[in-house]
Write a protein that binds this ligand. Structure first.
Ligand code: APR
Ligand code: PHB
Length: 392
């Protein structure tokens, strides 16, 4: 089998890239180890920056997000039960985010891929990459008992944090940075109306809580929990009791409790692999970086990476210009580190850390109080939250 670009992983990074390259007339094949239902069913964050929504429109897959996405022009922050509002539209000249689940984005990408004949091979096991440091890279995998091979000009690793692509770069060539946070997020989905029309980020002395949503009838709620907590220790009743306490008295009365149909615990981590190109291998999305979920930058960052990489491949195949491919790590990392900073900052501002002392707590409360009063501070928060322009 042959393709110009072989893409490993059919998550948001891999599928956005597949569409961008297909639109530029570049032949791609996508290899995914799981099945389509798994990829579409994974519950992840659901806040789209304007750049991501624009990308969906540019690719001709924006009709449903325009119809069903919830445009949020602000958010509420809450400190020990006291809320204040940040107006994105006012602070960023009409800026907003769109609440639309990652699984919906995946369905839109995959339906359009069917229509356009973009080749995605699901259930590709034992994927291995070779020849990355030469001119003829290839990807091999097994499907059932059959071994297959794809020869290509370039390979792009969009296979997430645990994928095979970054692991194929020699260890002494990798430049990575990491921070692991000493807590997790316990998240639930429940078919109950959200307790507010916009998201609420709550800093409470018992720990962080976030009220989010997927639709006017579906709530997505999170609680900071211990890193080693187990889901079975959190009954729905315990979850809603704790959530009501942390989210604050002004919203407690509006909480509609209901059974959760999804409940999971995610660890929080910041990670950057600056080696985003090695020979003919490029990394994009979670394969190259992880942000803690606070601020919902993960999928947006994956989209931004592949916009830059897509332009670079179009210039290479269209005009033989390799400068975009050479410049990809620099351009992508410039945005990645800014998103890393914002997610790290918002995590530090809103969570309870195990070794926090009274002084640390005062620092958090003082910064939140400053954010409540200062238009300058709110502007900095808002422009990062709605998403910095590409190449900011
Ligand atoms: N071979 C083939 N496919 C693989 C392999 C492998 N060895 N390892 C992982 N994959 C697939 C996974 O099954 C998954 O579908 O790669 C895909 C990676 O998708 P994501 O983890 O979603 O990563 P990415 O596309 O970079 O998306 C980034 O979306 O899922 C969120 O938290 C993520 O917000 C982040 C954003
Ligand atoms: C979500 O809805 O899943 C979500 C929203 C905002 C965040 C993180 C996650 O900051």
């Amino acid at each position: 089998m042959r393709a110009q670009v072989g893409i490993i992983g059919a998550g948001p990074a891999g599928m956005f890239l597949a569409h961008l390259l297909h639109a530029a007339g570049i032949k791609v094949v996508v290899l995914e180890q799981r099945d389509r239902a798994y990829v579409e069913g994974r519950v992840r964050a659901g806040v789209l920056e304007q750049t991501t929504v624009q990308l969906m429109h540019r690719l001709g897959i924006g009709a449903r997000v325009a119809r069903e996405g919830l445009v949020h022009a602000g958010t509420t922050l809450c400190v020990d039960g006291e809320p204040f509002h940040v107006d994105f539209a006012d602070l960023t000249d009409g800026g907003a985010v769109t609440v639309y689940g990652q699984s919906e984005v995946m369905k839109d990408l995959n339906l359009a891929a069917d229509d356009r004949g973009i080749r995605i091979i699901y259930g590709a096991a034992n994927v291995t990459l070779d020849g990355l440091d030469g001119d003829h890279p290839a990807v091999s995998w097994t499907k059932g008992k059959t071994m297959r091979r794809l020869a290509c000009d370039f390979v792009v690793g969009c296979d997430g944090y645990h994928g095979v692509s970054r692991a194929s770069i020699p260890a002494d060539q990798l430049k990575t940075f990491e921070r692991v946070y000493p807590f997790g997020w316990l998240g639930i989905l429940a078919d109950v109306p959200p307790c507010n029309h916009e998201l609420i980020y709550a800093n409470h002395q018992r720990g962080f809580a976030l009220a989010s949503m997927r639709s006017p009838t579906r709530s997505r709620c999170y609680l900071q929990c211990a890193a080693d907590d187990r889901v079975d220790e959190w009954s729905d009743e315990r979850f809603w009791d704790e959530f009501s306490e942390r989210i604050g008295a002004s919203f407690t009365a509006r909480i509609v409790r209901g059974p959760s149909f999804e409940k999971s615990i995610a660890p929080l981590r910041s990670f950057v692999c600056e080696t985003m190109r090695w020979g003919r291998l490029f990394l994009a999305g979670d394969a190259a970086h992880i942000v803690p979920p606070t601020g919902a930058k993960g999928m947006n960052l994956a989209a931004a990476d592949v916009i830059v990489l897509g332009e670079a491949f179009a210039a290479w195949y269209g005009a033989g210009d390799s400068s975009g491919l050479e410049d990809y790590p620099r351009r992508a990392l410039d945005r990645i580190w800014k998103a890393e900073r914002f997610s790290w900052w918002l995590t530090n501002l809103t969570h309870r850390f195990p070794h926090m002392d009274v002084f640390d707590r005062h620092m958090q409360i003082a910064e939140l109080s400053y954010l409540k009063r200062s238009r300058a501070a709110q502007t900095a928060f808002a422009e990062n939250y709605v998403g910095l322009p590409l190449d900011f």
